[in-house]
Design a protein around this ligand. Structure first.
Ligand code: CU
Length: 359
């Protein structure tokens, strides 16, 4: 269907949404923009950033671009977080037509923390929610009637999107569906640029914590499996699973006039394996331990000619609980009951196996 768009290069096909813009906290961001739209005027509004009035892209206080006009928008990314850029000319229509994308401001130096000095994460996902009313796209409300809002057709969206995708596109997209390991810290960057409210519901075993809102850290994380995101809002949610499971995250699209849920997307989440195993070595049949389960001491048997240097033991969420020079018998009396991964480390290789501690 016809869309308006913001593309990387002149002449590229418009796509919903526009490309994610990345920068780091403290960076200066410079956007060179040129309009090649012969009918409507456009801007780039830097939603929620700390741009000054000149660079804000609101035509009432700044300016718009006419056909073939170019300009430069610039601002300093003072605060890590998730932001949105979108056209601000007749914005109800131009946003619906597709002129929007995410801005992700990472911590200084692109360190994997939610903000500089903030909580660490192992991987992040970006979900930008929106809808499409195809009637609007096939019969674009003309510019001269938009001031008279009664002539805009009633908004009845019929596509409900995450990152411009719906249905099987979502469940097949590795950049949307969540895949992780026990003990892995997953940061969800959620943003809404539709005209409905989103309600995102995580399975309780993901231990969701809302840690920032609109590019500012919350003074205290909110422990809640459900996050409501109103149009224009952004939230960061930290997930940390201590179980291996498969389920769905529910993304609801709620009509703000009626409170009714118009549509729900289900996004698969699969937590499989343990981060301790992922980080260290491969399972080896040259390494074994006995007894297993063990309560006081564990005997370590290695075949072949490895010259082991030391032993590390990780718990089920990937936390190192023991580190000791290599010995063929290690004391495990201080470990609590549970499943552990034992790594034997030499200069050349790392081997691991699992054992169970019983009291
Ligand atoms: Cu526009």
């Amino acid at each position: 269907m016809p869309v308006f768009g913001i593309t990387n290069s002149l002449g590229a096909a418009a796509k919903i949404p526009a490309k994610i813009l990345y920068c780091n906290e403290g960076d200066s961001l410079v956007l060179n923009a040129k309009s090649i739209s012969q009918k409507d005027h456009h801007t780039i509004h830097l939603h929620g950033t700390d741009a000054d009035t000149r660079n804000d892209g609101d035509p009432a206080t700044s300016f718009w671009l006419i056909h073939q006009q170019d300009t430069t928008y610039s601002f300093r990314a003072k605060y890590a977080g998730t932001y949105i850029y979108h056209c601000h000319v007749d914005d109800v229509v131009h946003v619906q037509m597709g002129m929007y994308g995410l801005i992700v401001v990472r911590a200084a130096g692109a360190v994997k923390t939610a903000w500089t000095g903030g909580p660490a994460y192992d991987k992040d996902y970006k979900w930008l929610m929106s809808e499409v009313d195809s009637v609007w796209h096939y019969h674009i409300p003309p510019h001269d009637t938009i001031a008279d809002t009664t002539h805009i057709p009633k908004y009845i969206p019929n596509y409900f999107l995450i990152n411009g995708e719906c249905g099987a596109e979502i469940t097949n997209d590795d950049s949307i569906k969540i895949k992780g390991a026990q003990g892995e810290k997953i940061l969800m960057r959620l943003a809404n640029i539709g005209f409905l409210t989103n309600r995102v519901i995580f399975p309780s075993w993901l231990n969701a914590q809302i840690i920032d809102s609109d590019g500012r850290p919350l003074p205290n994380a909110i422990i809640n499996d459900t996050c409501y995101i109103l149009p224009g809002e952004r939230y960061s949610i930290m997930l940390l699973s201590n179980t291996q499971a498969t389920a769905n995250v529910t993304v609801d699209y709620i009509d703000m006039n009626t409170g009714n849920t118009t549509f729900s997307n289900l996004v698969p989440v699969n937590i499989n394996g343990m981060i301790g195993i992922k980080e260290l070595g491969k399972k080896s049949n040259r390494l074994s331990v006995f007894p297993n389960p063990a309560s006081q001491s564990l005997n370590v048997v290695i075949t072949g000619n490895m010259k082991p240097d030391y032993i590390e033991v990780y718990d089920y969420i990937g936390k190192k609980v023991l580190s000791t020079p290599y010995s063929n018998e290690i004391d495990i009396t201080k470990l609590t009951e549970g499943l552990y991964i034992l790594n034997v480390i030499s200069e050349k290789e790392i081997m691991h196996c699992k054992f169970i501690k019983q009291n």
